[in-house]
Design a protein around this ligand. Structure first.
Ligand code: GUN
Ligand code: ZN
Length: 434
C-alpha cells in the first residue's frame, strides 16, 4: 500500500553543508517553498510553484506559508534532573553542585517524581524547537527509565545515561564502581537503539569517579557497539585544581580521560573551556566532541569557550544549553549567547555558522547526521516552524533585513519559544503554539 504524503507550504531554510568550510553557499533557502514528508521521512523540498497538480492532489496539505521551516534544533548536553535547579543564585560550579544540584538530583530515586519531571522536560524541549538532545539522568536507574519512556512516547531521537559517581559526593547519591557498571549495562541492553533512543555512558566527571569506575566506564563504552560517552572537562579553575590533586602524574585533566580510553568520536565533553594546546590537538585527533554551553558558562562564571579557535583546530563541536547550569531551554537563546561569548574572544561567527552549530553541525558532531540535522531527502522529518513576526522587536528587525542570513541572525538573537509555531517529529506535529 502506498503511504499518503503531506506537503507543508513555508519558506525553507537548512544547511546543505558546513558554512565554516563553504561559507554562504552552505545554506539551502527557498522562499515560498514546500517540504514533502512521506512515512515520517523527508521526501523532497522545493519551490511551491514547481509542484504539479497531480502531486498536490495526492497529498495532504498544511499551510505554514506565513512561516519558516528549519530542521529541529539539537542540544548536545543538558541535565533533565536539573530542571528545578535553573536560576539558582550565587554560586560557582563546585559550591553550586553541593548546594543545589546534588539535593535536587536525590529526588530522582522516586520513580513517579522522575516520570513527572521527564514528561515536563520533553514538552519544554519541543516547545523550544529542540528535537534531539543528549541528556544526563541521575545515578538512579529509574531516572533513566523515566527520560527514555518520555522520549519514546514523543518518538524523539534522544541519548541519555545513568550518572556514574562513586566518590566525592553525598552518600545518598553514591553508587559503586561495580553497581554502576551492572546498572549501566542493564540500561544499555534495555534502551540502546530502541526506536530512536541511544545510550550514553555517563561518568559525571573525574572528581566523582574512582579510577576503577573510569576503567569500567571505558569497558562499557568499548564493549557496546554504538554507545556514547558523555562527561565534563575543564569547566572551572577550582575543578581543574581538584583533578590535579586527585590524579597526580597526569599531564592534564583531559589526559585523565585519555588514559582510561574515554576519548573518541562518540565522546562528548561539556565545557572544554581551559584546554591547552596539547589538549586541543588531542581532542581533534581523537574526534572527541566539545559541547559549548554559553549560558551555563556565563551563569556559573566559569569562563569563555573559544568556538572559533576550536573549529579552526578541527575540534568537533556541538552547542548545548546545559540546563540547569544553563539558564534557558531555548537553543535560539543559547546561540545568541554563543555569539556574544565569541565576540568577547575577539572573534565573530556568522549567523550561518551559529545556525549550523544548532542543526547539521551538532548532528554531525554527535554522529546522528545520517538521520537528522537537515531537511535533505531521506532524513527523519524533525522540523520546526518559526514565526519571524512573533514579537514586535523581531518583526521590525526582520522587515529591515536584506537577506535570509540577516533574518536568521535576527531570529537567533531575538527569538525564543514565542517564535516556535510548531514542532514536528518524524512528520507528526508534537507541539503547537497555543
Ligand atoms: N560538572 C560536573 N557535574 C556538572 C553539572 O551537573 N553541571 C555542570 N555545569 N558541570 C558539572
Ligand atoms: Zn553538564
Amino acid at each position: 500500500m502506498t503511504q499518503r504524503s503531506t506537503i507543508y507550504f513555508a519558506s525553507i531554510a537548512h544547511c546543505l553543508s558546513d558554512p565554516w568550510v563553504d561559507g554562504a553557499s552552505a545554506l539551502g533557502y527557498i522562499k515560498n517553498g514546500y517540504l514533502k514528508v512521506t512515512d515520517g521521512l523527508i521526501d523532497s523540498s522545493g519551490a511551491e510553484a514547481d509542484l504539479s497538480r497531480d502531486e498536490l492532489e495526492q497529498c495532504d496539505q498544511v499551510d505554514y506559508r506565513a512561516y519558516t521551516i528549519t530542521p529541529g534544533f539539537i542540544d548536545g548536553h543538558l541535565h533533565y534532573p536539573q530542571t528545578g535547579v535553573i536560576a539558582s543564585y550565587g554560586a560557582q560550579l563546585l559550591e553550586w553542585l553541593e548546594k543545589y544540584t546534588f539535593p535536587a538530583e536525590s529526588k530522582f530515586s522516586d520513580e513517579a517524581y522522575a516520570n513527572d519531571v521527564a514528561n515536563w522536560f520533553i514538552k519544554e524541549l519541543l516547545k523550544n524547537g529542540t528535537t534531539s538532545a543528549f541528556v544526563y539522568a541521575t545515578i538512579h536507574k529509574q531516572s533513566v527509565d523515566a527520560i527514555f519512556n518520555a522520549a519514546l512516547s514523543a518518538n524523539m531521537r534522544l541519548a541519555s545515561g545513568k550518572v556514574m559517581m562513586d566518590r566525592n559526593c553525598p552518600e545518598f547519591l553514591r553508587d559503586t564502581a561495580a553497581s554502576s557498571y551492572e546498572d549501566s549495562q542493564q540500561l544499555i541492553d534495555k534502551w540502546h537503539r530502541k526506536n530512536r533512543l541511544l545510550y550514553a555512558v555517563t561518568p559525571r566527571f573525574a572528581p566523582t569517579s574512582t579510577e576503577e569506575q573510569l576503567k569500567l566506564a571505558s569497558q562499557l563504552y568499548h564493549e557496546n557497539e554504538g554507545v556514547y560517552l558523555q562527561s565534563h572537562v575543564a569547566e572551572n579553575k577550582a575543578e581543574i585544581q581538584w583533578v590535579a590533586d586527585l590524579y597526580p602524574g597526569f599531564r592534564s585533566y583531559l589526559d585523565v580521560y585519555d588514559h582510561f580510553g574515554l576519548l573518541g568520536e562518540k565522546s562528548i565533553y561539556g565545557h572544554c573551556i581551559y584546554l591547552d594546546d596539547a589538549d586541543i590537538t588531542r581532542m581533534a585527533d581523537s574526534g572527541t566532541v566539545a559541547a559549548f554551553c554559553p549560558t551555563s558558562n556565563l551563569f556559573l562564571g566559569s569562563g569563555l569557550f573559544d568556538l572559533v579557535t576550536a573549529r579552526s583546530r578541527n575540534v568537533r563541536t556541538t552547542l548545548a544549553t546545559d540546563v540547569g547550569g544553563g539558564t534557558s531551554f531555548s537553543m535560539l537563546r543559547t546561540a545568541s549567547e554563543a555569539y556574544k561569548v565569541t565576540q568577547m574572544a575577539g572573534n565573530t561567527v556568522t549567523s550561518l555558522q551559529l545556525f549550523y552549530e544548532m542543526t547539521l553541525g551538532g548532528a554531525t558532531a554527535l554522529s546522528i547526521d545520517d538521520q537528522v540535522g537537515s531537511l535533505a531527502e531521506g532524513k527523519e522529518a524533525d522540523f520546526v516552524v518559526h514565526d519571524l513576526q512573533a514579537t514586535d522587536v523581531l518583526a521590525q528587525r526582520v522587515a529591515l533585513a536584506e537577506d535570509i542570513e540577516e533574518q536568521l541572525f535576527a531570529l537567533i538573537i531575538l527569538g525564543d519559544d514565542r517564535s516556535t509555531v510548531a514542532t514536528h517529529l518524524m512528520g507528526e506535529r508534537v507541539y503547537a503554539r497555543p
